[in-house]
Write a protein that binds this ligand. Structure first.
Ligand SMILES: Cc1ncc(C[n+]2csc(CCOP(=O)(O)OP(=O)(O)O)c2C)c(N)n1
Length: 329
């Protein structure tokens, strides 16, 4: 029987493979099979260790919110794979009834608040969620993922400032993949060491972590969550790498960043790094990891079949969740 620690690592391996497989399927469903349509599809491939490592540091009662690169975070939070895929395809069984699409996965039952398209727009919402926890005296932490580009948005300043002055129980986790659409962090940020921004708000910073190392991300996020639960907000920065273009409309990323992409894929891939660690420590062999991979591939296959069989929302759905129904006195 594997120890609890090994079980945890194997679980993370499975989650990371699930995310990679899910994103590969989305890519295929968009470009080849044309079952995912529209102009927005931002894949999480390459970032897996950040989402998986960080979310493993939360309890179920904690809250999670992110931007539009949300598939991997939704899956790591345990959202139903079929419902996520149905949302991608705009089907009624999707997490948002098929009306949100790729950028708007959400599930209140898991305290996963989405999925937001406006850069930085979810940061004030994160403050609101954490303020509600504090106001109600609930022992909950809000984890907010932030893109490197989003740190230059006015929302970032206002939200971190408010979190600091109100001592809100929150963790701000910057996923620095070095590029905002196509602009490198050194070109878009006056201070490219983004974790240093905490100083401007008198906020606790835990500095930078290697976002390709799932264990390292987990350890530092655990520390951050503990601090946030007892003392107040924390900022930390994970260095990671995006394998695909900004979204499906970004067609030249592969050529522009070819050398760096190859380097990450060959020697810094988060899944391969964990695989190597498991093999070297004798915690797993190729066969047992292959079995885990096959289970995740099957899950994605079933999710695609489930989504394909789900109908599109009807005209009546168009009017649902638009206005709050209230009783008139
Ligand atoms: C307020 C606003 N400005 C601009 C955009 C267009 N836009 C979409 S994503 C993006 C870049 C954000 O990059 P980053 O925060 O680093 O996230 P990443 O895509 O790397 O995950 C921009 C400028 C937008 N959606 N919202």
């Amino acid at each position: 029987m594997p120890s609890a620690k090994v079980k945890k690592l194997l679980g993370w391996y499975g989650q990371m493979v699930l995310i990679r497989e899910f994103e590969d399927a989305c890519d295929r469903l968009f470009w080849e099979e044309k079952q995912i349509t529209g102009v927005y599809l931002h894949l999480y491939s390459g970032h897996e260790a950040v989402g998986v490592g960080a979310l493993a540091a939360l309890t179920e009662r904690d809250h999670v919110i992110t931007a539009y690169r949300d598939h991997g975070i939704a899956l790591a939070r345990g959202l139903d794979v079929g419902a996520c895929m149905a949302e991608m395809m705009g089907r009624v069984d999707g997490t948002s009834g098929g009306k949100g699409g790729s950028m708007h996965l959400a599930d209140r039952s898991r305290n996963f608040w989405g999925g937001y398209a406006i850069v930085g727009g979810h940061l004030p919402l994160a403050v609101g969620i954490a303020l509600a926890s504090q106001y109600r005296g609930e022992d909950e932490v809000t984890l907010c993922f932030v893109g490197d580009g989003a740190t230059n948005n006015g929302y970032f300043h206002e939200s971190l400032n408010m979190a600091a002055i109100w001592d809100l129980p929150m963790v701000w986790l910057i996923e620095n993949n070095f590029v905002a659409m196509g602009t490198r962090v050194e070109k878009h940020a006056g201070e490219p060491e983004l974790h240093k921004r905490a100083a401007a708000y008198g906020m606790k910073s835990l500095g930078r972590v290697d976002g390709q190392d799932v264990q390292a991300v987990h350890d530092i996020t655990r520390q951050a969550v503990k601090y946030a639960r007892n003392k107040g907000p924390v900022l930390l920065e994970a260095l990671t790498y995006r394998y695909k273009g900004h979204g499906v409309s970004d067609r030249s990323y592969d050529q522009r960043f070819a050398a760096e992409l190859a380097e990450y894929r060959e020697s810094k891939d988060p899944i391969e790094l964990l695989k190597r660690k498991l093999l070297q420590a004798g915690h797993a062999d190729e066969t047992s990891l292959g079995e885990i991979e096959a289970v995740q591939q099957e899950k994605v296959k079933e999710a695609v079949a489930f989504a394909a069989a789900s109908p599109a929302p009807s005209e009546e759905h168009l009017y649902q969740n638009v206005y709050v129904e209230t009783e008139r006195a």
